[in-house]
Structure formats: C-alpha cells, structure tokens
Write a protein that binds this ligand. Structure first.
Ligand code: SF4
Ligand code: SF4
Length: 470
C-alpha cells in the first residue's frame, strides 16, 4: 500500500485503486469552513453519545445494554425479553424507511455526517495522523522519504495511538453487551478468566485498527451496502453535493475563461475518496461537504460568489424546477411512520418492565368443599429491571363475594428475577351465582405499573348448590 504520483480522477476507474489493484493512499488536505466545523461538532457529540450510553442509567439499567447472557435487552428505559423481540421488526422497518426517506431527500447525509465509520475515521484517526505527522504535504513527503529514525518514531507513535483508540472503541462496544462494571471486573481478572470476551475484543480491535489505519475509504467504496443503494434511492430532485457546471465551465485561470472554476483542484485535494466532483455525482462520494468548504474558500479569494459546489439537486444545478416532495418521499414517509408508530404504540402499551402470565392450573376446573367453590390459577411474574421489585395483587370483584387466597400479600422479586405463585379465588356457596369473569389487579413497584387480567371463574350449576336438604 504505497502512494504513487498524483492522479487525475476520472469516471473510468477508482482513484484509490491502482491499475495493479494496490491501494493508492490518499492524504486529503485540511479544510476550514462552515460545514467542516458543523461536522466536527456533530461528530464530537456522536462520539460522546457512543461513549456515554453505557454509563447513563435509565430504570436501573444502562441506557443501552444488550444483556445477551440474561437475555434482557435494555434500550432507553425499555426492557425487552426474547418474547418481545418481534417488535424489532417494526423498529427496523421504521428506521430503515426513515433512512430511505432522508436519503431520497438529502442524498448521503448519513454517510458524511453520522455513519460511525466516517465519524471514527474523520474525527479520531485522521486527527491523530494530522497531530503526529503534520498536514497533507508533510504526510505525502514522509510517505516517500527513506526510513530514517524520525520516520520510524513517527510511525510507531501513530500506530500505537491507533491501537489504543481501536482498543478503546472495542471495549466501549463490548460494554454494550456485558455492562461497564462487569467489563471492568473482567479486565481486572485477566484475559484467561474470560477468554471468549477477551478474544472478541482483541479481534474487534485488530479489525478496527486495520480498517482505520490502512483500509480507510476502501470500506465505503467497496464494502458498504448502503452506498450501493444510492442509485435506487435518489433521483434528479434529491439534494446532493454537486458542481454547478453551468456557472463553472469553461474552467481556467482568472481572466482567461468565462467560467467560475479556476481549475485549482482544491476540491479534489480535500476529498477523502479522491474524486473530482466536477465529473458529476459518483458512487465514491460520501457527502462529506469538504469540497463545498474548499471551493467556497477559493471563490472568496478570487472574489466570486460562493456556492460553485453546493448542496443542490441535479435539477437545481441545471436550472430546472426543484421539487422536494415527490411520490417516493410520501411513500417512504408513510412506511416509516407506520413502522415507528406501531413501535411507539406497542412500546408504550405492551412492553413493560414486568411480564405477568396467568394460566388455569392443571386438574379440575373448580373445587368444592361443602361451603365454597374454588378456582386455582398459576401466575408467573418476571422482573425485567435491574433492581428488586414488589408486587401486590387483588381482585376487583370483592363486592360480589369473591376473595383471593394464596397471593394476597406483598411479593418481593429480586432484580431481573422471576417467580411463580398459585392464586386461589374463592366464593362462598351462598354468594355463588354461576360462572363469571373475575378481574385480577396486579400492581408493581418501582415504576407504578398496574396490570389487569381477566380470568373466567368456573363452577357448577348454581341450582345444584341451593337444593333443600332431603
Ligand atoms: S475548488 Fe472550485 S474552483 Fe477549484 S477546481 Fe474545484 S470547483 Fe474549480
Ligand atoms: S466529492 Fe466532495 S462531498 Fe463527495 S466525498 Fe469528495 S469531498 Fe466529500
């Protein structure tokens, strides 16, 4: 993987792949501007969210904790058990169609601004490289210089920092699955005590180090499936990053041509995928907006209006009518709202921090012992929270003579624990008027959660209980 001479990007080949298949190493130039600043702030916020999510407790569990070992999945205060995972269908379709909608409206906004790969590469690893080896010209010079003591030292420092960052990202990722306190104890107990977790973290560290140290933009160009979907999701009204050919051409030095583009190649030099946006929208473009800032800088210098490269649609760049809302936007929006709406409804009503199941006990449907009729039920309570809970149970039909036996006290559940109990519903013969619906009320704390469960109380024909003695 070596740098070769400067390349002129074209539409027939990928700039970052040499004709022999080797990697053409890019050193994008530094750029300043409003989009670069906004992206940096946004990237730092996203990095903070990634690192902090396992630290922030909501309802007794980290904000995101996919506890595979105990099969509890805590997401922003909701706790899912494997039986609840069907709701993920609505989450995935809702989020997926929302992403389709954003892509159809705004092109690869996700790739350039929010994709974790771009965020780590641009805001962590490229910053380290810049810090250790200097700006793009200095890095290019270092690449082709002989292996002096200085070059070896700089490369060791850079790669060591890369490995530390890759390891930190891998450990944070692991904490989403085992929780931070447990990860800390695993680290203290040593690698051999938890060989599986250790192997996973080491493998992930190695993959991240390889991707961010060497593979870099190749992942976006060659492997990312989302990038491949672009041509299906975008059309001539999608807002993309584009070059205003009508204003820019014919390109050339100031005073020599009429076009606004002075052919300074600054937009190419800052591009992290090495393309020339003046050739039109290309698969390699990740929508990072670096070329907008770069070209605006130049336009200011040559005293021409900014926006030669800008966010605009193909129709906008060609001076045709722009349309924001199109049939495909309505369709994606509708499907996204449907998925997310169903998810929100289910999450608020069906997914609770406790799961309670009622079943009639096996055996006779009812029992009689001379003065009363009994029904036996079995219930199971599952506490999905990471803290102890108390459960109280009562029945609503007390005024009709029904009473509860066997589960009428306060039941204490351990954190993430479950318990099975028998509830016996009793009614005296004199009050019994036949089979009837009985409503259980179950109240659980913490969370102030109340469930109601209707069961059918079964018994004999009431006339058989009130026959006069012979
Ligand atoms: S930065 Fe602007 S002026 Fe320079 S080559 Fe690119 S489009 Fe032309
Ligand atoms: S063409 Fe512009 S927006 Fe696209 S990747 Fe290159 S610099 Fe970023």
């Amino acid at each position: 993987m070596q740098s070769s001479g400067p390349k002129r990007p074209n539409l027939d080949s990928v700039t970052t792949i040499n004709s022999d298949g080797s990697h053409y190493v890019l050193h994008p130039a530094d750029v300043k501007g409003r989009f670069t600043s906004m992206r940096r702030v946004f990237g730092i916020v996203l990095l903070a969210v990634y690192v902090l999510l396992p630290w922030i407790p909501i309802n007794g569990a980290p904000a995101v904790f996919l506890d595979v070992e105990n099969r509890r999945f805590h997401i922003m205060g909701l706790t899912l058990i494997p039986q609840d995972l069907w709701v993920m269908f609505f989450a995935i379709t809702g989020v997926g169609f929302a992403l389709f909608c954003v892509t159809s409206l705004l092109g690869r906004l996700w790739c350039g601004w929010a994709c974790p790969y771009t965020v780590f590469l641009e805001h962590v690893f490229r910053r380290i490289e810049r810090l250790v080896e200097g700006d793009a010209p200095a890095r290019k010079k270092l690449d082709v210089s002989p292996w002096t003591g200085r070059k070896i030292t700089l490369r060791i420092i850079k790669q060591t920092l890369y490995v530390i960052c890759a390891g930190a990202i891998a450990h944070v990722f692991m904490s989403y699955f085992v929780s931070l306190p447990r990860l800390y104890s695993y680290v203290q107990e040593g690698p051999m005590a938890h060989a599986t977790v250790f192997t996973f973290v080491v493998t992930l560290t190695a993959i991240l180090w390889f991707c961010f140290s060497m593979f870099r933009e190749q992942f976006c160009i060659l492997m990312c499936p989302y990038g491949r979907l672009q041509s299906a999701l975008t059309d001539d009204d999608t807002i993309v990053i584009g070059y205003d050919e009508k204003r820019g051409e014919p390109r050339g030095a100031v005073g020599k041509t009429e076009g606004a583009c002075i052919d300074c190649r600054r937009c190419i030099n800052v591009c992290p995928t090495g393309i020339d946006i003046r050739n039109g929208l290309q698969l390699e473009c990740i929508g990072c907006a670096a070329c907008i800032d770069a070209c605006d800088e130049i336009m200011i210098k040559v005293d021409r209006p900014k926006g030669l490269i800008r966010y605009d649609s193909h129709n906008g760049l060609n001076r045709q009518k722009r349309r924001i809302l199109r049939p495909r936007i309505y369709a994606y929006m509708l499907l996204a709202l449907l998925g997310l709406g169903v998810l929100a409804t289910i999450a608020s009503s069906r997914i609770r921090p406790y799961t309670i199941e009622f079943n009639r006990m096996r055996g006779a449907p009812y029992y009689m012992d001379g003065s009363m009729v009994r029904n036996h039920f079995q219930f199971r309570i599952l506490n999905k929270r990471n803290q102890p809970a108390t459960v109280t149970m009562s029945i609503k039909n007390g005024d009709e003579g029904f009473c509860l036996s066997g589960a009428d006290g306060v039941i204490t559940l351990p954190a993430m624990g479950e318990m099975q109990r028998t509830a016996v519903v009793i009614i005296a013969n004199e009050a019994y008027t036949g089979s009837k619906d009985v409503v259980f009320t179950i109240h659980a704390e913490p969370g102030n959660v109340t469930f109601e469960q209707t069961v059918r109380f079964l018994g004999p024909d009431p006339r058989s209980l009130h026959l006069p003695p012979k």
